[in-house]
Ligand binder design. Sequence first.
Ligand code: CUA
Length: 424
Amino acid sequence: MSSLPDMNHEDHAMNDHEESAVSRTKRPWRRAVSAVGLLAGMAFLASCSKNSPQDTWKPKGENAQKIDDLQRPVFLVAGIVGVLVVIAVGYAVMRFRDRGQPIPKQTHGKPALEIVLTIIPFVILATIGVFTARSIVDLADTDGCEMTVNVTGQQWWWEYDYPVTPANQKWGIEKPIVTSGELVIPTGTCVLLRETSRDVIHSYWIPALNGKKDAVPGRVHENKLQADKPGYYSGQCTEFCGLSHANMRQWAIALDPPEFAKWVENQQRDAVAYAEDDTSPEAEGYRAFRQNCSRCHQVNGMQNADGTPTIAAPENNIVAGAVPNLTHLMSRSRFAGATFQLLNNDCNDRLVKAASDQLGAIYLEGVDSKCLNRQQLEQWLRNAPEMKPMYVKPDEQGRLRGMPNLGLSEAQIDSIVTYLQTLK
Ligand code: CUA
């Protein structure tokens, strides 16, 4: 806005030759100063990401390393070219600026210069092109992968399912594992992700482990992740996908193969089915969950009062047709699009800041009553859309896009949380 009176001033100044000459000679300096200020500001902001978990300059595995090996020289060359161009333009602007001198003799064309200025960029771009193409081909090659996980995006969370395939059976997967938010993988292993979506386009990205890949409805895009060391690697959906796009997080937790095997074994276990005459708080919570939550959320092993398995039917209630399977909720560290912590701050810090040789043991502890971020989980049960924006109006078939406010009483919330804590 401040430039407005300035422009008016210049309009008037145009009438006065002397004043316009003064403002013309002063302006380049003022612009140069603002440009330097802007660059300094950008450099300052860029330095804020020093400890950022999603830093694309800190690869933690083979695929991300390949991208890094490409982007560093490209960035360097682009930087050098950029600096040379800025210097050349700056020189031309200062050296040949209008001081009221007569217009120089007009010329047209300088073939030698034009040929040189065509060949140099061609050589630079062709070289970068060859290395880029090689990296793309390398990253697209998923033949040697030793494990497969189906990754499905929906509004607004990621589902991971580990199918029973010959390769996955070698990792002890004899029963499909369905989880959400946190992808658990063994270290030193090429893990093939088969990505798709149930509603709109999402994009999967764990910067420390590979580049991003869109998850598109009706298509399966292959991607691969590999982590060198145990770690807790963060990412987030990188394709705008509606109201809670910003609350659609994803984590990859890399565990040493023996610890990964323990995780696999636990994930395949069914939850306890409490007897109908059991009056323990957990059993009360089990029945409260079954009555209020099991229409959408599957808990493997849960039984109806008549002893038949309780099967969730999210396809009738949710636009995407799926909601997170909660059989092992407390083996994860986050919930609701992996945005909110299941762990209180102390326990979360202990996990996130763990040395790589301790991370696996800490992660496998899951969430116990000492670590549970109970207040936030209760708040979620009280009114989910208040914590995570969702379209609260159902579609024509009465289906929702996320968890609604179920109008639970405080006693029901308490009871359900007591039960959820058993879902290790
Ligand atoms: Cu999903 Cu953005």
